[in-house]
Write a protein that binds this ligand. Structure first.
Ligand code: SF4
Length: 239
């Protein structure tokens, strides 16, 4: 992961930052981010991963399928897929064209099928048929970047290693001005500095819920948003 945090308007240099060239979040932005998270927690207390799965392998596959696709669509495809190919061994040895036809409606199906099969082959040969738990090993799997690795690690194993940055987290964290970056790695690093580690994945999930329900991409519903008093972008969309 990139090690530098780029300048944020609310991030003021500390003495250490002046020496090292790195910046830490100011007290003000930390307090605001915690207030946002607290409110998200009360708005979406039961928020959880919306992908359906039974095993870590199935969660990995469902998360790969969710790229550029809704979780709802993925959940329509996976019952048949997992009935036909329930585990890493079955997926590693499956007929690729059959796999492609089963996941076609999720989009980018050829590339997804290729990655799913290659990841399962590696899981079988290098990890004794089990999805690895550590970030470094997860990132070795074909088609797995930090977003997928964070989801699988957190929900399959309860191992919180980072903040999942999807399109909603990217959009909302910028609207909240918790980051000024459009790069997922930098956004993740900025959010990790603001939110307590045990809550990283809960923050992502609740932010995703708010992005779907209220802070929509094209027309955010600021007039009914309960976070408006904490959101520097509210006035932009209310005018
Ligand atoms: S006030 Fe508007 S921009 Fe800010 S979080 Fe709410 S919906 Fe999104």
């Amino acid at each position: 992961m990139a090690s530098d945090i780029s300048a944020n308007p609310e991030q003021k240099p500390t003495a250490k930052a002046k020496r090292t060239g790195k910046r830490s979040p100011s007290k003000a932005i930390k307090q605001r981010s915690l207030a946002i998270y607290s409110l998200l927690s009360s708005l979406y207390p039961d928020a959880t991963c919306s992908l359906n799965y039974q095993t870590p392998v199935q969660l990995l596959v469902a998360t790969i399928l969710s790229a550029q696709c809704t979780d709802e669509r993925v959940n329509k495809v996976t019952p048949t897929l997992f009935e036909r190919f329930p585990d890493a061994v079955a997926l590693a040895g499956c007929d690729r064209s059959e796999l492609e036809s089963l996941i076609r409606s999720t989009g980018f199906f050829r590339n997804k099928a290729k990655n799913i099969q290659a990841a399962c082959q590696m899981i079988v040969t290098d990890f004794e048929g089990e999805v690895p738990q550590e970030m470094e090993q997860l990132l070795k799997l074909p088609g797995v970047a930090r977003k997928t690795a964070n989801v699988v690690s957190a929900h399959a194993y309860g191992n919180i290693q980072g903040v999942t940055v999807d399109t909603h987290v990217k959009r909302l964290s910028n609207r909240w001005k918790l980051t000024k970056s459009d790069k997922p790695l930098q956004i993740e690093r900025d959010l990790m500095a603001l939110i307590p580690q045990p809550e990283w994945e809960n923050f992502s999930i609740r932010t995703i819920y708010h992005g779907r329900a209220v802070c929509k991409a094209r027309k955010p519903l600021c007039e009914i948003c309960e976070l408006a008093h904490l959101c520097p972008s509210a006035t932009k969309y209310l005018n």
